[in-house]
Structure formats: structure tokens, C-alpha cells
Design a protein around this ligand. Structure first.
Ligand SMILES: NC(=O)c1ccc[n+]([C@@H]2O[C@H](COP(=O)([O-])OP(=O)(O)OC[C@H]3O[C@@H](n4cnc5c(N)ncnc54)[C@H](OP(=O)(O)O)[C@@H]3O)[C@@H](O)[C@H]2O)c1
Length: 308
């Protein structure tokens, strides 16, 4: 059974080696290696070029190597109706928990002030404690849920905001537009882990950023499109926000002359908050391929109308 493999990532050879080892009963082929397109039943893909999945008449499912799938949905030539399965794998989740907890703790402890302030660090004069420093997680899905749980275990009061109502032990949950402002008002650090959809684009804008308490900070590990860049610069420069940690940007790589670069209140990381690990992801892909081959249910299937 043939599986089309589409990736231009630097570590594509690692991926191929790992998935071939994890699922030896499938034949993984790059587009150049496919002799008969009607043999291809599944596609394992990172980024595809426009129309890159056209011309495979028996394609039954698309398995994404990434958690975010908006780049796939943006292709008007994407084969309709067949399921798209997002990547959920333990290393990706673990990496995001480490990134988010690291930056929330850095913000709480103002660690980046030490080199500037020396002995008279503000933490020494006005200590801040996790128990009095509420963190809001926007998008309490696979990644946001794991981050919310870890932050709670570190002693932070945690608020979560979702599209639909959800309960999570120890987390104060909010949902929908009606509870958005209350959620923001109560979040001293805001962690963005929403997908990029028509509903979430520029969800942090001049109005919503001002709903955060004075001196709040944000961490964006979701997608750059969630934030209106100029509004963020304005609230930082006007002193309403203390800090922004940004891993994702509307244009990537972030242009050299972008005002986020070198900004004294912004930390930029180059879309590295969490990265799929080919080894652990190959195990997930092999399980899902076998289920799909046997016509069993797989998870999580993207809702194309919702956009994630
Ligand atoms: N920076 C990185 O390195 C990196 C790595 C991996 C992923 N990511 C990003 O992280 C995102 C989240 O991944 P995930 O696996 O956690 O996704 P997920 O499990 O699908 O979770 C998405 C969450 O967002 C919520 N949501 C979606 N639209 C919303 C809206 N309009 N209003 C309020 N809440 C909304 C969903 O709420 P409901 O459940 O109520 O629908 C869900 O809880 C990905 O889409 C990707 O963009 C970034």
C-alpha cells in the first residue's frame, strides 16, 4: 500500500527513515518516486505546494506532520471530503509545555532584568509569587490543555478560554465572545495557543489588548496572525503591557527590519516553541495509518469548516 510523503523540511530524511522503520508494511514514496498515482491511498505531508495532492484518484486520507493545518486548508485544489488528521504526539506537547512554562516563569521572576539592574533587581524589592500571578491560556486544546495543567502544578492560578464550554480540574474556564473580556481582565500573563482561523485572526487587537490588566504580558506560541502587530507595539510603547514573547509571526522568517526585532520589551524566538519529533511522531503516524487502512476511527480529524 503506497503512502505519498511530501516534505521540504531539512530533516525530511530523518522523517522518512523513522516512518519506514515504524510502518514497514507501507511503501513511503516521494512524488517523484510514484509510478502509478492510483496506488497512493494516503499522504503524509508537511507543507504542500498548490495542487500538490491533486492527481491521486484513490487518496483516502491526509496525515499532517504538523499540528497547524491552515496551510493545507488554504489550497483551493485540496481534494475535498477526505479526512485530514492533525499531528498530536507526545514530544510536541512536552516541548510546548517546556517553552510556555519557561517564559511564564521568566516573566514572573523578571529574570531578564538581572544584567541591567544588577544587585537592585526589582524581584528583590517587590517579589511576585506564582500564587498571585494568574495566567490565561487562549485555546485550551491539546497543547493549551497540557500547558494549563503544568502551570497549575507550578502554583499559578490558571484561566482558560475556548470556543465551546469545557471543564478542567483546577482551571477557571471561560468560553465564547461573551466571556472573552472577563477572561482577559483576569490574566496577568496571556498565553496564545489558538489555531489560525477566520475567527481568530487579529483576535488580539487595539480593543482586546486593552482588556488585559495594566502591566500584563503575552506569550504567542499559536500563530502570528492572531495578533495585530501595530496594536501590540502601541500597547507596549504606551506602557500598558510589560512584555511580549513571540514565537510566531504573520511573515516568517520575521523580516530583518521588522519593529519586533530588537524591541526592548519583545523577545523573539524563530518558530521553535515546539517541534514535531520524527521518532515519536512516526509511532503516531504508523498507528493512524494502520487504523485508516483497516477503516477504523482516527483522531484528531480536522473540521474543514471550522478551520482546525
Ligand atoms: N509555535 C509552535 O512551535 C507551534 C507548534 C505546534 C502548534 N502550534 C500552534 O498551536 C495551535 C494549537 O494546537 P493544538 O494541538 O492545541 O490544537 P487544538 O487541540 O485543536 O486546540 C485548539 C483550541 O483552540 C480553541 N479555539 C479554536 N477557535 C477558537 C475560537 N474562535 N475562540 C476560542 N477558542 C478557540 C479550541 O476550542 P474548542 O475546543 O472549544 O473548539 C481548542 O481548545 C496549532 O493550531 C498551531 O497553530 C504552534
Amino acid at each position: 500500500m503506497s503512502v505519498l510523503f511530501v516534505s521540504n523540511e531539512e530533516n525530511r530524511e530523518d522523517w522518512l527513515r523513522e516512518i519506514r522503520a515504524a510502518a514497514p508494511e507501507f511503501q513511503f514514496l516521494t512524488a517523484d518516486e510514484v509510478d502509478d498515482p492510483s496506488d497512493v491511498e494516503f499522504a503524509v505531508v508537511a507543507r504542500i505546494g498548490r495542487g500538490g495532492l491533486g492527481g491521486y484518484p484513490r487518496l483516502r486520507a491526509i496525515l499532517s506532520m504538523w499540528a497547524g493545518v491552515e496551510h493545507l486548508l488554504a489550497d483551493p485544489a485540496l481534494p475535498p471530503r477526505i479526512p485530514i488528521i492533525r499531528m498530536v504526539e507526545p514530544s510536541l506537547t512536552r516541548g510546548m509545555v517546556e517553552y510556555v512554562c519557561c517564559h511564564v516563569l521568566n516573566i514572573l521572576l523578571r529574570t531578564d532584568c538581572y544584567p541591567v539592574k544588577g544587585w537592585y533587581h526589582p524581584q528583590k524589592r517587590q517579589p511576585r509569587f506564582a500564587c498571585g500571578f494568574p495566567v490565561g491560556v487562549m485555546g485550551v486544546g491539546v497543547l493549551g490543555g497540557a500547558c494549563a495543567t503544568a502551570l497549575r502544578q507550578l502554583g499559578f492560578p490558571v484561566n482558560g478560554w475556548n470556543r465551546t464550554p469545557k471543564k478542567m480540574p483546577g482551571i477557571e474556564m471561560y468560553s465564547g465572545a461573551g466571556e472573552f473580556d472577563v477572561f482577559l481582565n483576569r490574566s496577568q500573563v496571556l498565553v496564545l495557543l489558538l489555531p489560525n482561523t477566520p475567527e481568530t485572526r487579529a483576535i488580539l487587537n487595539a480593543r482586546s489588548l486593552r482588556q488585559l490588566p495594566p502591566g500584563a504580558s503575552i506569550i504567542n506560541a499559536g500563530r502570528g496572525e492572531l495578533i495585530d502587530d501595530q496594536s501590540l507595539l502601541d500597547v507596549l510603547e504606551q506602557g500598558h503591557l510589560e512584555k511580549a514573547v513571540l514565537d510566531v509571526f504573520s511573515t516568517e522568517p520575521l523580516p530583518d527590519d521588522h519593529p519586533f526585532r530588537g524591541h526592548p520589551k519583545i523577545i523573539v524566538t524563530p518558530h521553535v516553541a515546539s517541534i514535531t519529533n520524527p521518532k515519536t511522531a512516526a509511532d503516531v503516524l504508523s498507528v493512524n495509518l494502520r487504523k485508516l487502512r483497516d477503516h477504523e476511527a482516527v483522531w484528531p480529524v480536522v473540521d474543514r469548516d471550522r478551520g482546525y
